[in-house]
Design a protein around this ligand. Structure first.
Ligand code: SAJ
Length: 434
């Protein structure tokens, strides 16, 4: 199948790089976003997200004349839906006395309904948004068939999960293997033809529900593995062990690879997606649910560490280094660092934060200052929450003149390599019980 004109709905971390990639590979792309602020930013040549290399790719896409932006779709050969699927903040499900989070599919529904008036025979509709199993079959198809056309016969439908790692999106978009789940084999083939435009990794065809499940399994697997690392950090503290050393030694075993503990699991994927299994099959996802709870409670464990380092929290001035959900990205969504700041503030500490990738961050309940020196200048303790390269490179001699604080708390093993012994700084590390 040939695709001359496509429409991509949702210009976030996935939609925008994907749209630009198609455009720089000769396809006419209409990038659609209902957020007019995003369209305005992009139209003025700026970006609303930080991703290495993205600025250049978007610029090339616009210069090529192939990437146009609009607030609503137009008739196209294919439509790709890449809108967010968060969970509801205050609408929880219940199973056996345990509450679980529920997916908010309103953006997917709205995007699919926006495609509906433009759907023609022979079109392809692809859902990329991470979704609960059976979304393509049970949610997307019934909406699209309101057109009077029959899915799989008159038009093609596929689910193709994005699997790129923030920070490396542009490379992974091209190089990663791609899974295309079709409603029918012909739909999978149509999806495969579309992504072959720029994907150099292998393209694997399957059915739509398998592809949905593959995506959720990948992120759930990672979440459960981080949960065990976080639980090990708690155990190590209890037993007077350095968890980082223990992990390194355990990982010498040829079949063991333990992930890193930290302040918790954030971002818009790993901390969200496992709930899509729990929501749809709570009776069968006990381990998955427990892992989520372990990771979600890790910020409280960090607060205990800070309390131990400072004696008590009320009135203590703490400089929180980093608010992003992981190193060297600007994304603050579901960030455990932000949760730690909230918990410390609630416990009476006076917290100021500095996030180098979003120095003007404006979050409710978080006082963020635009520079490291301002954030640390009258702190009692420095709390390292994100392993940004810039923070990892701080040394005792750099810090000594910046801050009166002599207590350092490292939740991400960022300062292990520096020589703090005899420096006058007292270093407390997460997961280190000695
Ligand atoms: N984290 C740890 N310890 C670790 C690794 C990560 O605490 O050893 C934390 C991070 O600090 C962060 C969270 O987990 O808070 C998630 O970070 P991540 O780097 O593991 O993953 P994401 O959310 O940036 O991207 C993931 C990736 N999925 C997998 O690696 C299986 C990516 O490939 C997906 O495309 C992405 O989710 C997505 O969009 O679903």
């Amino acid at each position: 199948m040939k695709f001359q004109q496509i429409c991509i709905l949702g210009l976030g971390y996935i939609g925008l790089p994907t749209a630009s990639m198609f455009a720089t590979h000769g396809v006419k792309v209409l990038g659609v976003d209902t957020n007019l602020g995003i369209l305005e930013t992009l139209n003025s040549g700026r970006l609303h997200i930080h991703e290495p290399g993205l600025g250049e790719v978007v610029e090339n896409a616009v210069k090529s004349g192939n990437l146009k932006l609009a607030a609503s779709p137009e008739p196209s050969d294919a439509f790709i839906i890449a809108v967010p699927t968060p969970f509801y903040d205050s609408d929880f499900g219940q199973y056996n006395g345990q509450s679980y989070k529920k997916a908010d599919m309103r953006a997917v529904i709205a995007a699919t309904e926006a495609v509906l008036p433009h759907l023609r025979k022979g079109n392809l509709v692809v859902l990329e948004s991470t979704s609960p199993p059976r979304t393509t079959v049970d949610l997307l198809v019934p909406i699209l068939e309101r057109s009077g056309l029959k899915a799989g016969l008159d038009f093609f439908v596929a689910y193709s999960p994005e699997r790129v790692l923030p920070g490396q999106i542009l490379r992974e978009l091209v190089e990663n293997a791609r899974v295309i789940g079709g409603l029918t084999p012909e739909s999978a083939q149509a999806g495969s033809d579309l992504y072959a435009t720029f994907v150099r990794g292998q393209i694997h065809k399957t059915d739509a529900t398998t592809a949905e499940m593959v995506k959720l399994m990948e992120n759930t697997y990672r979440d459960v593995n981080i949960a065990i690392a976080n639980e090990f950090s708690r155990l190590a503290e209890r037993f007077g062990v350095d968890v980082w050393e223990a992990i390194q030694l355990s990982s010498l075993h040829p079949r063991v690879k333990i992930l890193n503990p930290g302040p918790g699991v954030g971002g818009h994927c790993i901390s969200v997606d496992p709930w899509f299994f729990v929501e749809t099959a709570p009776d069968l996802s006990v381990l998955i649910q427990r892992a989520r709870q372990v990771n979600d409670s890790q910020p409280e464990f960090v607060v205990e560490l800070v309390k131990k380092a400072l004696g008590s929290l009320p009135g203590k001035k703490i400089a929180a280094l980093g608010l992003a959900y992981k190193p060297d990205v600007d994304d603050l969504r579901e960030s455990p660092a932000v949760e730690v700041v909230h918990l410390l503030t609630r416990a009476g500490a006076s917290v100021v934060a500095f996030e180098p990738f979003k120095p003007q961050a404006n979050l409710p309940g978080v006082k963020a200052l635009p520079s490291l020196s301002e954030a640390v200048q009258d702190a009692d303790a420095l709390l390292l929450l994100v392993n940004h390269t810039e923070f990892r490179q701080l040394t005792p001699s750099m810090l000594v003149s910046l801050t009166p604080a002599r207590i350092l708390i490292d939740t991400v093993n960022g300062w292990a390599g520096s020589d703090w012994a005899g420096s006058g700084f007292n270093l407390f590390r997460l997961g280190v019980g000695k």
